[in-house]
Design a protein around this ligand. Structure first.
Ligand SMILES: NC(=O)c1ccc[n+]([C@@H]2O[C@H](COP(=O)([O-])OP(=O)(O)OC[C@H]3O[C@@H](n4cnc5c(N)ncnc54)[C@H](O)[C@@H]3O)[C@@H](O)[C@H]2O)c1
Length: 286
């Protein structure tokens, strides 16, 4: 208990999935939360995004732990909305110590360039917008965390005559997050604000448990189900797991928010059950 006692953490995409797990895990350890989520769909995304009811459930779970939460619908593509949400949260909760920029979409299987633009706007621009909203409030020694993906660290796509612009954009956006974290860590070092990326492998959330992902993992079937995709999910990790759980990612985020990581910055932290090391078994580069 108390590893992040009385810290205030701003989380984007907090209505469900990893964002909700992070809100709950941080609240268990004494944090208060500023939570935003888009709470509606995006055209190029072929699975439902979170709803207002999902965001309300995150509120309920955090409050059940005796912590405070300010939760508002806001789109990470809208810098002014994020700035207003953070200002409202800080007004109510009194401070801000950390930002977890992790809202994301996966418009996999979409051939139009708009899918590329949409995923970059959410998964990359959204990270920059969240950092911009948080920075004026962060004290020296604060913590910035951005969620990438093992997709940031792998070859982007298979060869095909019909490019999947959603998938290409996803990899591009996540690689850009990794590079941004690297450079921002240097920029903010004089204030000892640390900046790190968390790169999950498959994670057991609605993004993975979606029809576009089933088709991605089972291109040999016309209408694959979760049962069809499960054996294929396993190829991602070296541990023989189909996915990690949202709480596994939340535990890494907890460490990065806490003072236990006060001298950890510019890191690309993988929570991937060996997904990358099994693909790149060479000596690590420093
Ligand atoms: N699930 C996986 O297998 C996996 C693997 C690697 C990385 N990731 C990354 O983890 C992060 C969290 O995803 P998840 O797995 O919890 O999926 P999820 O779909 O359950 O959660 C994503 C959340 O982000 C919200 N969101 C989407 N667009 C938004 C916008 N424009 N503004 C505000 N909120 C928005 C959604 O409504 C949803 O609540 C994402 O960045 C994702 O790319 C996921």
């Amino acid at each position: 208990m108390g590893r992040v006692q009385d810290k205030v953490v701003f989380i984007t995409g907090a209505a469900r999935g990893q964002g909700r797990a992070e809100a709950v895990r941080l609240a268990e350890e004494g944090a208060d939360i500023i939570a935003i989520d888009v709470c509606e769909g995006i055209d190029s995304v072929d699975y439902p995004l979170a709803s207002r009811a999902d965001l309300d459930e995150t509120v309920r779970l955090v409050e059940k732990l005796g912590r405070r939460i300010v939760a508002l619908p806001a789109d990470v593509r809208d810098p002014a909305a994020l700035q207003a949400a953070v200002a409202e949260g800080v007004a109510q909760l009194g401070r801000l110590d950390s930002v977890v920029a992790q809202a994301g979409i996966a418009p996999i299987g979409r051939a139009e360039a708009q899918a590329f633009m949409d995923v970059v706007a959410v998964n990359f621009n959204g990270v920059v917008n969240a950092v911009q909203a948080a920075l004026p409030h962060l004290p020296d020694g604060g913590s910035v965390i951005a969620t990438g993906s093992t997709a940031a660290l792998m070859q982007s796509s298979d060869m095909t005559s019909r490019p999947d612009f959603g998938k290409l954009g996803y990899s591009f956006a996540k690689r850009s997050v990794a590079a941004f974290v690297n450079d921002l860590a240097v920029a903010l070092a004089p204030r000892r604000i640390r900046v790190n990326a968390v790169h999950p492998t498959n994670c057991n959330t609605d993004m993975l448990n979606s029809e576009p992902m089933y088709r991605e993992f089972r291109p040999d079937l016309e209408n694959p189900t979760r049962e069809d995709a499960l054996p294929a999910f396993h190829v991602m990790t070296a541990f023989g797991l189909p996915y990690v759980e949202p709480r596994d990612i939340a535990d890494m985020v907890l460490f990065l928010v806490s003072d236990e990581s006060r001298y950890v910055t510019g890191m690309q932290m993988r929570v991937d059950a060996g997904a990358i090391v099994q693909r790149r078994p060479q000596q690590p580069q420093f």
